[in-house]
Design a protein around this ligand. Structure first.
Ligand code: BGC
Length: 747
């Protein structure tokens, strides 16, 4: 009785406080609206257009053109924001011009590409995704936001949430990989990390979800290339991560360079207005990508700059990044009636609201705090987290005969390869304000771990991308003298990222020839790979005793790899992009369709099947794959029921036993397959995962819950629903698992 009363009281209290919070939000919104509307009333057309223009400062160049005159633009009220400017002194200096020298004193917003850390650099996003650790991903963005705001920034051009299935595309490095479901969770975690609970706090930044939309699917993997896909694929595979970021409260969105079905995103009214604002309820502002308004001319949808501006603004694009089209042509467009004043007011309102939410009208220098700049950047705690996070992102791809961890009994280790001591290649692309000189290389990491205990030899062997074999002799000699060899191979960090598509995604130069010679020395050898995309490494998979995918680990890369090599950290990461055997298999991804003629590997004589005559269909490493120093055994799957009605849910559990010699973390993955759909369904779709710690010899029961909505998909009429019928449910350690049971969803 008493318990019931307490419960009722608690519910009442909760609903009161929720109502109070809602009321507070409404009052705050009303206050903001009044403030912004009053300000707009006072603004001239030129001042409004100024707010809609964003320019880069001269510090970093992230695109093909740069405005030299940005200080004057600010002074004349022609700039609403500046990007590529940071540090308290510099930002303050520019903000002062806006606040003190313009008529209405409207502060600037300061943006920057904070993609995997600001000063403390974390692993590249594709590597972070391999950790499957949403809390760590969120925390990394929290630290990035703290550091960025300590240097004057309040807006980040992240998260990049483009789903990518083609490793030729260099920007796969910036995203979460090929899976929509996982990508959506990661997108939301990043937004939360950046924005926290209160955008006006001095240590939170406004996120900018990019690149809207489907930028990750350029034809042939060539950056900026055309995107064309069915409406169903767009809705099902490409749009959900942007939606997840918007639902998580992202304050801004960046339009993408590409077209979809013939319409460039930057001028796509359906995309930027009907879908984004109409259906998804997005109430922030949309910025173009770097000069993407200008590029409407090259796309061939605008005859000249004025029409490009007209198309973009009427599509719902609020802010022009660096292109100067709004700055130069918008006034004329309004005066000639091609763009309405209402449209301009709408865009300006969204931009001013963003500034309001960031607290810039209260205090334009809120993010300019010298003390914070001194104390909150690259702290020992940030370093420690960066190291842990990097080790959590490293994937053990092969480990024959337990080559790793390195035996405690060795006397001499040889560290060989062009990436073994390459500070400039530890951070990876888009590393913001990160300083490569402050990175720990693999050689440094190994040396500090083994100091006084193991002799360390070093030989570079060759350059990353050259044909010279001059260093081979010295490298082989070092290998022969050693008891263990660590061979660091891969791409230079500028081989992935923007404008870095490749047709050949093998290890460049003559590094493979170096590897062959090192392997012939016959020593236990671990290859450590540095790269920002899946590479074609079939030969390496045959010949290397062990392979560690280290990606670009950031500031603490070398220490993190050493932690793994010497067994202080047991690897647990799993790849979130399929590794093909050859570039000819690309695009290759786990959630493919069965086709009408699926190939059955047990019947290789069947010619007329969907197959290659010169390669297996299977990838080298499937999505979700990654090894540990220990081994895990999965039991069969138990369901709490074998049929369930719509609106109900089903529970699936497995026992996972750690059957090896080390404690370890396992990422258990749940996939479903709708056996008969109204439209064809993928052979597997990820619908859940659990990252669990299991001590050696122990067994853990892992339970998942599925609702009918988790099984829904877009039907022929594009309605989103779950079909009745039979589903296969898989739980295993990667997407190739055949550990499955069936269940039925009732009518
Ligand atoms: C990239 C964006 C980036 C922008 C600003 C563009 O070239 O596509 O991702 O945010 O530059 O640096």
């Amino acid at each position: 009785m008493l318990r019931n009363k307490i419960l009722v009281a608690m519910i009442l209290l909760l609903s009161c406080s929720m109502a109070f919070a809602q009321e507070k939000k409404t009052t705050e919104n009303e206050k903001m609206e009044k403030f912004v509307n009053d300000l707009i009333q006072k603004m001239t057309l030129e001042e409004k257009i100024g707010q809609m223009s964003l320019f880069t400062s001269g510090w970093t160049i992230t695109g093909p053109v740069m405005s030299k005159d940005y200080r004057n633009y600010i002074r004349k009220g022609k700039a609403g924001g500046i990007f590529n400017a940071y540090t308290v002194d510099y930002v303050k200096d520019l903000q002062k011009i806006a606040v003190e020298e313009t008529r209405l004193h409207i502060p600037l917003i300061f943006g920057y590409d904070v993609i995997h850390g600001h000063r403390t650099i974390f692993p590249v996003p594709l590597a972070q995704a391999s950790s499957w650790d949403l809390d760590a991903i969120e925390k990394s963005e929290r630290i990035a936001a703290t550091e960025a705001t300590a240097e004057g920034l309040n807006w980040v051009f992240a998260p990049m949430v483009d789903i990518a299935r083609d490793p030729r595309w260099g920007r796969v490095m910036e995203g979460a990989g090929e899976d929509t479901w996982l990508g959506s969770q990661i997108a939301a975690a990043r937004v939360k990390g950046f924005q926290g609970d209160d955008l006006s706090a001095a240590n939170t930044v406004m996120a900018c979800v990019k690149h809207f939309a489907a930028y990750g699917a350029p034809q042939a993997g060539r950056d900026y290339n055309t995107v064309d896909m069915s409406e169903r694929s767009l809705y099902e595979w490409y749009l959900p991560p942007y939606k997840a970021a918007v639902d998580a409260g992202a304050g801004s969105v960046m339009s993408s360079f590409n077209e979809i079905a013939g319409v460039p995103s930057t001028s796509n009214r359906w995309l930027l207005t009907d879908l984004l604002r109409g259906n998804w309820g997005f109430d922030g502002f949309v910025v173009s990508d770097y000069t993407s308004v200008n590029e409407l001319i090259k796309h061939g949808v605008a005859a000249d700059s004025a029409s490009a501006g007209q198309l973009a603004v009427n599509a719902g694009l609020d802010m022009d990044m660096e292109g100067s089209i709004y700055a130069d042509y918008m006034k004329g467009l309004v005066e000639s009636g091609k763009v309405s004043v209402e449209t301009i007011n709408e865009s300006v309102k969204r931009i001013l609201e963003a500034k309001y939410k960031l607290g810039l009208f209260d205090d334009p220098y809120r993010y300019c705090n010298k003390e914070r700049e001194k104390t909150e950047i690259m702290t020992p705690e940030d370093h420690a987290f960066a190291r842990k996070f990097a080790s959590e992102s490293i994937v053990l791809l092969k480990n024959s005969g337990q080559t790793l961890p390195v035996s405690k009994k060795i006397n001499t280790i040889a560290v060989i390869g062009p990436l073994a001591d390459s500070k400039e290649n530890m951070l990876g692309g888009w590393s913001g304000a990160g300083e490569w000189k402050k990175c720990v290389t693999l050689l440094e990491g190994i040396k500090s771990k083994t100091e006084g205990k193991i002799r360390v030899l070093y030989a570079k062997g060759c350059d990353i991308d050259s044909k010279s074999t001059k260093g081979f002799g010295e490298a082989v000699k070092a290998a022969r003298q050693a008891d263990f060899v660590v061979l660091a191979l891969g791409e230079s960090s500028d081989m992935t990222g923007e404008a870095s598509s490749r047709t050949d995604i093998s290890i460049p130069g003559n590094q493979m020839e170096l590897a062959r010679q090192i392997f012939s020395a016959g020593k236990p050898t671990a290859v450590v790979l540095f790269n920002g995309r899946p590479l074609t490494i079939e030969e390496l998979d045959h010949s290397a005793p062990a392979i560690l995918e280290a990606w670009y680990g950031g500031t603490e890369a070398g220490n993190a790899i050493a932690d793994i090599l010497f067994g202080e950290v047991n690897p647990s990461a799993k790849i979130t992009m399929t590794f093909p055997r050859s570039v000819g298999q690309v695009p290759i991804f786990y959630n493919s369709k069965n086709t009408g003629r699926p190939f059955d590997a047990s019947k290789p004589e069947d010619k007329f099947k969907s197959r290659y005559i010169d390669s297996p269909n299977t990838p080298l490493y499937p999505f979700g794959y990654g090894l540990s120093y220990t081994t895990f055994k999965y039991s069969g799957i138990k369901l709490d029921k074998s049929t369930f009605a719509k609106g109900d849910k089903i529970k699936a559990s497995v026992n996972i036993t750690n059957t090896g010699n080390y404690d370890g973390d396992e990422i258990a993955q749940l996939y479903v397959h709708d056996v008969v759909g109204e439209v064809t369904r993928p052979v597997k779709e990820l619908k859940g995962f659990r990252k669990v710690h299991i001590a050696k010899g122990e067994t853990l029961t892992v339970t998942f819950e599925l609702k009918d909505n988790d099984l829904a998909y877009y039907h022929q009429d594009m309605s989103y629903a779950c079909d009745p019928g039979v589903f296969e449910l898989f739980i295993g350690s990667d997407s190739s698992t055949d550990n499955k049971v069936d269940f039925t969803v009732l009518e």
